[in-house]
Ligand binder design. Structure first.
Ligand code: SF4
Ligand code: SF4
Length: 240
């Protein structure tokens, strides 16, 4: 049988050059999260989470392996999974039907956050393709906007995409709710709302996370956000 080049290597060899103390430090950071004691209560190894997991159908990925490694406190394996597995989860939380009351999806959320906070190379690589979406959300407060509907970005959507993108403002103005008469955002977002979002992202450390994975994107966002915050009277907010 041919070997699958995408197969997950759980042997620990791939990260043998990383000091055990460093792997342990990251696992300790995962366990120190306030949510930790509400997402893992041991594991029956029953596999119900795997049966419910959509990502397990398409990738060499298993929420059971992650829950087991966490329950057994397998430091080496947790490090491998934090690098090579957690980004395959689609965060749907179907695995919450675990009979042990575990939430493998939330274990993964915590592991991802620790990976990002510590600037792991694998986390940066996994998030590389999302820069455009992050920029859109952070600069406008809306994830997908009509002006992203461009023929070159979506060639498989057919010829009508060009016609719609050429006359986007006309199409949007034909929609009954006035809040949808926008092209740069999914709907109208008031200055008050966007400023509140900026303050939340600043105070909850979201900006620090972005700086850790993509410094260039961080700097662009800071420019946009500082200007809007200053206009709203928050000229003492600093992203340094
Ligand atoms: S995490 Fe829960 S559902 Fe998954 S194998 Fe362990 S006990 Fe079963
Ligand atoms: S949250 Fe992740 S691990 Fe859980 S079922 Fe969804 S994809 Fe699978």
């Amino acid at each position: 049988m041919a070997l699958n080049p995408m197969a997950l290597d759980l042997s620990g060899k791939k990260y043998a050059n990383v000091a055990y103390e460093e792997k342990e430090r990251l696992f300790d950071e995962v366990k120190a999260d306030d949510r930790w004691h509400h997402v893992l209560y041991g594991c029956y190894e029953c596999g119900i989470c795997v049966a419910a997991c959509p990502s397990a159908r398409f990738y060499d990925f298993s929420p059971r392996v992650i829950a087991q490694a966490a329950a057994r406190e397998d430091v080496d394996l947790m490090y491998t999974l934090m690098n090579d597995s957690v980004w395959d989860c689609s965060q749907c939380f179907s695995c919450d039907r675990c009979p042990r009351q575990n939430s493998p999806g939330q274990i993964i959320t915590i592991m991802r956050e620790v990976a990002v906070k510590n600037g792991l190379k694998t986390a940066k690589e996994a998030l590389e393709g999302y820069g455009r979406i992050i920029y859109k959300i952070m600069s406008t407060g809306s994830q997908v906007s009509p002006d992203m509907l461009q023929p070159n970005a979506f060639p498989d959507w057919g010829g009508h995409v060009k016609e719609i993108s050429d006359n986007l403002d006309v199409w949007r103005k034909a929609l009954p709710p006035e809040t949808l008469h926008t092209t740069e955002t999914g709907w109208k977002i008031t200055d008050k709302t966007i400023v509140e979002l900026y303050l939340i992202w600043h105070m909850t450390g979201v900006m620090k996370l972005i700086e850790g994975v993509d410094e260039g994107l961080f700097m662009i966002l800071v420019d946009v956000m500082e200007e809007r915050l200053e206009e709203a009277g928050y000229d003492d907010i600093s992203f340094d």
